[in-house]
Design a binder for this molecule. Structure first.
Ligand code: C2E
Ligand code: MG
Ligand code: MG
Length: 574
């Protein structure tokens, strides 16, 4: 082969290698997700590679076309891009910036890299453009989530606390006042339970939107949790104040909320107010105090605005202490049942006993049920306590029934929450079986509050219990709504006339008229009537005269310990 042929052959090989490299480089740049712009300072050549058309609608032919990049980004991004496009002017090597492309909602990252010769002269520049929209929107979403509540669009608790802390800092510096309002939708649980969570959520969202409308620079609000919102007002000029916001809320609530299903819901709210610096001096403490105020307000009724002061705090601490003690008492089984006898008014024979719970605390003091039952109902402790009462009273009855050999009635007080438990009926019936007690010797006392909350659900359970042969008694009659409709609809056996009637029956003529009507009505409906809290002989004589069937009260006996009660039962036997 001649030398020329050899050189030709080598050239061909090199050419082939070059074509392969060219192809490889074309493929790599085509498969890159971004776009590139290459500039050579040596021969002033420019070209674009990768997915250029995905980002820009102009072609690049000469060095000056680089300026077209500045025209293609949103105004807000121009100066950032200009700062990095001409790095070579400052001898820098690389830099990046994020820009929004004009006309699209596309965020891109520009990376500029400049290469220099040994002498410091720029030789080449590569601009890499990468789509970062997804990453940006994820970040934006994260940022949103960090500040806002997704359901209502109000601030979330964390960010609100940060802003409130800022209010507090300013108020401290300038000796100003901040008001905190906690707004809690009344009976929200009923809406959620009765109408479904979707309706509840939509209501929370709509009310949240309304609260947002009240916000300005000096008024901020957040969705604290569930159906609870918090507003903070820091207005040194006193244009906005609790009263103004309260009035706006009241005005709005005169109209119902129109839900997407077409349903309309009217609500009331309870509001707790605490003020800086009187109530507390930190953001979290202020929110806490307003929460305590709303909690106190709710215990007094609904649709109420309640201001925090020292007495509210003292009250609250008392409740907490009691709730703590209750938890321990359940664990340590510090409860005992007392029994109060009930007698037939005519024969004065024992009709039955009412089981009444007592709590013996660590110092052996008796705590009365009127003190701890409401707290136990509030924190749910009534469920384990009530279960214990049911089992203990049935067990005790079974022992006495065997020991003394005659039947009587064991009355057991049942709370509204207990009826709501799915296993309530089973647990009563199960205990009767376990201790071999006949159902018609057990009477369950219900109060009107049980019925008011959810008549239908309770009615179903009462009917099942009644069908099992268990007796039902309506307790404290006359203290609640005393709807006569209950009396005709409910399968009850006994009606207990509340002590408040008995207290004034001798002195107040209208009480007398009502008591006599109740006794007559009970007779007509073929129930039994029990007068509660009979303390005086005259009361007893009068009640006997008007035909009240059974008497329970201190006149005959106070509630007795099991041992004392055994004494009475012993007498009953002989
Ligand atoms: P209640 O069911 O109406 O019970 C009658 C209350 O009146 C009892 O108070 C009893 O000691 C009291 N009493 C009876 N006769 C007289 C009297 O002549 N004069 C006076 N001043 N009081 C009399 P107690 O034992 O303090 O119970 C208060 C309430 O606590 C009960 O009212 C009942 O609602 C509730 N309770 C008691 N034990 C239980 C229980 O085991 N479970 C539930 N859920 N509630 C209970
Ligand atoms: Mg009772
Ligand atoms: Mg009662």
């Amino acid at each position: 082969m001649s030398e020329l042929d050899e050189q030709l052959e080598k050239l061909k090989e090199e050419n082939q290698e070059l074509r392969e490299k060219e192809r490889m480089y074309q493929l790599v740049s085509k498969s890159a997700v971004g776009a590139f712009m290459y500039c050579s300072f040596v021969n002033r050549r420019v070209c674009t590679l990768g997915q250029w058309e995905d980002f820009f609608d102009f072609e690049v032919r000469e060095m000056n076309d680089i300026f077209k990049l500045l025209e293609s980004v949103d105004e807000s991004s121009v100066s950032g891009l200009r700062n990095i496009l001409f790095l070579e002017a400052h001898g820098k090597e690389s830099a990046t910036t994020e820009c929004l492309l004009k006309g699209h909602r596309i965020w891109v990252q520009f990376c500029v890299k400049v290469y220099y010769a040994d002498g410091g002269q720029p030789t080449d520049k590569i601009i890499y453009i990468n789509n970062i929209t997804k990453y940006r929107s994820q970040n934006e979403e994260l940022a949103y989530m960090a500040y806002y509540d997704s359901m209502t669009g109000l601030y979330n608790r964390n960010y609100f606390v940060r802003l409130l802390s800022e209010f507090v800092r300013k108020a401290l510096e300038y000796n100003q006042i901040i008001s905190i309002m906690i707004i809690d939708i009344d009976d929200f649980k009923n809406i959620n339970d009765g109408q479904g969570i979707m309706i509840g959520d939509e209501l929370v969202q709509q009310f949240g939107c309304f609260i947002k409308e009240l916000c300005k620079n000096n008024i901020i609000a957040c969705h604290l949790h569930s159906d609870v919102y918090c507003i903070a007002i820091h207005d040194p000029n006193k244009k906005a104040c609790v009263e103004v916001i309260h009035n706006a809320i009241q005005k709005r609530l005169k109209e119902p909320f129109k839900l997407s299903s077409g349903k309309e819901i009217s609500i009331t709210v309870s509001i707790g107010v605490a003020e800086y610096p009187d109530a507390a001096t930190s953001a979290l403490e202020l929110i806490n105090c307003a929460e305590i105020a709303v909690f106190k307000g709710k215990s007094l009724g609904k649709d109420i605005i309640h201001y925090f002061d020292v007495s509210v705090m003292e009250d609250f601490m008392g409740t907490i202490e009691l709730e703590d003690k209750l938890k321990k008492a359940i664990a340590n089984q510090n409860f005992i049942l007392y029994y109060q006898p009930q007698y037939y008014s005519g024969s004065k024979k024992l009709r039955g006993v009412e089981a009444l719970i007592r709590w013996q605390d660590e110092d052996s003091h008796f705590i009365q049920p009127s003190v701890f039952i409401p707290a136990a109902e509030k924190n749910g402790a009534i469920i384990p306590i009530g279960k214990w009462v049911v089992e203990q009273s049935i067990k005790q009855y079974a022992i006495w029934r065997r020991q003394f050999g005659f039947p009587f009635i064991m009355s057991i007080n049942i709370s509204a929450l207990q009826y709501k438990k799915d296993d309530f009926v089973d647990s009563v019936v199960g205990n009767l079986r376990k201790y071999g007690v006949s159902p018609n010797e057990i009477e369950l006392e219900i109060t009107e509050s049980v019925l008011i909350e959810d008549f239908d659900a309770v009615y179903e359970k009462i009917k099942i219990l009644k069908d099992c042969g268990i007796r039902i008694s309506l307790d404290d009659f006359g203290t609640g709504f005393s709807s006569l409709a209950y009396l005709t609809r409910l399968p009850i056996d006994t009606l207990k006339i509340d002590k408040t009637f008995i207290d004034t029956v001798l002195t107040d003529s209208s009480t007398r008229v009502i008591t006599e009507s109740i006794v007559n009505m009970v007779k007509a409906l073929k129930f039994e009537s029990i007068a509660e809290g009979v303390e005086k002989e005259e009361q007893y004589q009068y009640l006997k005269e008007i035909g009240c069937d059974i008497i329970q009260g201190y006149l005959f006996s106070k509630p007795l310990s099991p041992m004392q009660m055994e004494g009475i039962l012993q007498e009953g036997k002989v």
